[in-house]
Design a protein around this ligand. Structure first.
Ligand SMILES: Cc1cc2nc3c(=O)[nH]c(=O)nc-3n(C[C@H](O)[C@H](O)[C@H](O)COP(=O)(O)OP(=O)(O)OC[C@H]3O[C@@H](n4cnc5c(N)ncnc54)[C@H](O)[C@@H]3O)c2cc1C
Length: 385
């Protein structure tokens, strides 16, 4: 069977593969600009196996030497504000950012210099000040630290669910099906149905290298483990004001998401395993969980008193330089991939840039360099509507 969707509206038809944050954000921006949009996903959003949920995702300016992404965070916040306006509520909690380094790492000094140059406020902290200000952490072993007030937690599940619901109410059609093939302006479904459109945008998260052989070697699915915790009752009040913690040294670093709005504490590491496949199960072994807990135990004294709420695996789609790919793979067919564990915060701003570039071919050449964090946005690329 072949289903042709012609250009019934001024802007034309767009088919989006994937209802994670990247696909939904792209659909959101296209719909706002007058496109007729269909979203195809093998699961109903929020897909618990996708990269865009569990409870939360972080947004922060601390980006090491990747200054393009640091600057992009300002545009990301502005795009999130437009999402909140459409959803009628802000699924965001500002917590501030505590960045730590145990010595010798390049990430913290690079973040600090870049953020200062960008005019962002921050307090440098001694190890004693870390423990004094945040009594659930130890300053032991800390060589350098800063606290930046801007930054916080995006509530991932309500965002994905809310965007899908909003889009459905705005006339975006959701098709539940597995895509087996991507060609010029065409997606083929598992039952043989071919869907065509003026533009096809592939946002397949960690499944992308399975679907598009051309990405193999450039984008790798990477199994990552997170552990959820609950603080002991006597520390609950202090934890309610906790910042996110970033210790992103390459060896032995970890990140911690604080327990905002009734969510658990979450710890994970940012060292890419570069193993596994998006179709693998999401159960974490006790050994995998213990590895993450051992990292967190160095910074959170008395970690054995924290209730373990569970551990799970998720999958990143890793690009070696951690740069996003926005690539035209065939005429009218764009792939968004390589989000390397840091794509969520940029979903809406990326969706807007993609929609603007799809609507104005003169902008398209500027999309890949900006998405990779290497170039400033060309005038018009980040137009709000
Ligand atoms: C544990 C964890 C923590 C993270 N923390 C942060 C953070 O703090 N800050 C941040 O900015 N980013 C973070 N990230 C990264 C961020 O969440 C991802 O980059 C982002 O969610 C990727 O979204 P996506 O839409 O590309 O992928 P997904 O959410 O995986 O969506 C892809 C969708 O495509 C569908 N699909 C795939 N193939 C097919 C097919 N063949 N047919 C039909 N449907 C298909 C899937 O079902 C899925 O729903 C984190 C990621 C993880 C896993």
């Amino acid at each position: 069977m072949r289903v042709q969707y012609g250009s019934m509206e001024q802007r034309g038809y767009a088919l989006v593969l994937g209802a994670g944050i990247i696909g939904l954000s792209t659909a959101w921006a296209l719909q706002r600009r007058g496109w007729t949009v269909r979203v195809v996903d093998q699961a109903t959003p929020p897909n618990p196996a996708g990269a865009s949920v569990d409870h939360h995702r972080l947004i922060r300016h601390a980006y090491g030497a990747q200054q393009g992404y640091m600057r992009m965070v300002d545009d990301a916040y502005a795009a999130w504000d437009r999402v909140w306006a459409d959803l009628g509520e802000a699924h965001y909690e500002e917590t501030g950012v505590l960045a730590l380094d145990e010595g010798g790492g390049a990430w913290l000094p690079a973040s600090r210099e870049a953020m200062r140059g960008h005019g962002l406020a921050m307090d440098e902290l001694t190890p004693d000040q870390v423990a004094g200000r945040f009594p659930f952490f130890t300053g032991q072993g800390v060589a350098e630290a800063f606290f930046a007030p801007r930054g916080g937690v995006l509530l991932a599940e309500p965002i994905v669910a809310g965007l899908a619901d909003h889009l459905a109410r705005r006339g975006v059609e959701f098709i539940r099906a597995t895509v087996t093939d991507v060609r010029e302006r065409r997606l083929t479904l598992a039952d043989g149905t071919a869907l065509t459109a003026d533009k096809v945008i592939v946002c397949a998260g960690p499944w992308a290298p399975r679907l598009l052989p051309g990405l193999k070697g450039r984008v790798t699915a990477s199994r990552q483990i997170i552990v959820r915790l609950e603080a002991p009752a006597e520390l609950a009040e202090a934890w309610a004001r906790a910042p996110m913690l970033l210790d992103l040294a390459h060896e032995g670093g970890f990140y911690m998401v604080p327990p905002v709005r009734g969510t658990p504490i979450k710890v994970g590491d940012h060292s890419f395993s570069l193993t596994g496949d998006a179709e693998d199960d999401r159960n974490a072994s006790s050994q995998e969980a213990e590895t993450i807990l051992a990292l967190a135990a160095r910074r959170i004294p008395g970690l054995d008193r924290y209730r373990r709420l569970g551990a799970r695996a998720c999958y990143y789609d890793v690009e070696p330089a951690e740069e996003f790919l926005a690539e035209t793979v065939a005429p009218g067919t764009l792939v968004l991939s390589g989000f390397s564990g840091h794509g969520f915060k940029f979903g809406p701003v990326l969706g807007e840039a993609v929609a603007n570039a799809l609507g104005d071919t003169a902008l398209m050449p500027y999309l890949p360099g900006w998405a990779a964090g290497r170039e400033s946005a060309a005038p018009g690329l980040l137009r709000a509507d």
